[in-house]
Design a protein around this ligand. Structure first.
Ligand SMILES: *Cc1c(COP(=O)(O)O)cnc(C)c1O
Length: 235
């Protein structure tokens, strides 16, 4: 194995061990927690190396970068998730290309993903991103708007709502993010009653805060830095 591949494999193994430990603490089945390796701004060669070790789920943030990697790695059976901020006018590049879109934060965006999916004759799985902490600069819709948006999304046959995503503010102490994760889980329970269907996924937890996220019910954790190391600047 190349040095880089060994290093990446070791880091994934370490993260998985920590995920399993957190799941065990919360009496959860570790198999219900899926690791997304967030590969934004890291080279396709890193993704290929990790795929050779069996890590097939990756998260990308930037449409153009992600599409380039999809093409370069099209010989592999990878599952790319779109997790970054997305403008409605770019939705046409996303529907059908990503297993799950985590960052749907407006009706307009959901509508654009739906339209493209219908034209491709596919159903695009999505999460609604909720801004729990209410920070102005964070993306995600507010809790207040969630019920209406969910109703609207349920009417769109090109998208299938499978859960919620959130991204708390950065805290030095990850325990401070715990109430945000707990709230997302509560919102999911309420929403399941409202829409009358199970929503299997809670996408929450990043390198700095995935332990409390898993303890609070995360099914998808999005880990970049702890696997790949620091990201090079965007540009
Ligand atoms: C970049 C990013 C991550 C990964 O963050 P790390 O701190 O590097 O683990 C997770 N989720 C989203 C939405 C991101 O943009």
């Amino acid at each position: 194995m190349s040095d880089r591949k060994t290093e990446l494999a070791e880091r994934v193994a370490e993260v998985k061990e920590q995920l399993a430990a957190a799941a065990a603490l919360a009496d959860r089945n570790p198999e219900d927690v899926h690791l997304l390796a967030v590969s934004k701004l890291h080279p396709a060669s890193d993704i290929r190396a990790l795929a050779e070790t069996g890590q097939m789920d990756f998260g990308e943030n930037y449409v153009q970068e992600a599409l380039g990697k999809l093409e370069e790695l099209s010989d592999l059976d990878l599952n790319f998730h779109f997790i970054g901020g997305l403008q409605s006018n770019k939705a046409k590049f996303v529907s059908g290309n990503f297993g799950l879109v985590h960052s749907v934060d407006s009706r307009k965006l959901a509508q654009a993903l739906h339209k493209k999916a219908v034209s491709l004759n596919v159903v695009q799985d999505i999460l609604i991103q909720v801004n729990i902490s209410g920070e102005v600069q964070k993306s995600g819709i507010t809790e207040e708007l969630l019920p209406d948006m969910a109703d609207a999304v349920m009417e769109m046959e090109g998208v299938r709502l499978v859960g919620l995503m959130t991204m708390p503010p950065f805290f030095d102490d990850p325990e401070r993010a715990r109430p945000v994760f707990a709230r997302l889980r509560e919102l999911k329970v309420v929403l399941e009653k409202q829409v009358g269907t199970k929503l299997p996924h809670l996408s929450m937890g990043m390198s700095g805060d995935f332990v409390p996220a898993v303890e609070e019910g995360a099914t998808l954790v999005r880990i970049g830095t702890q696997i790949f190391g620091a990201r090079p600047p965007q540009g």
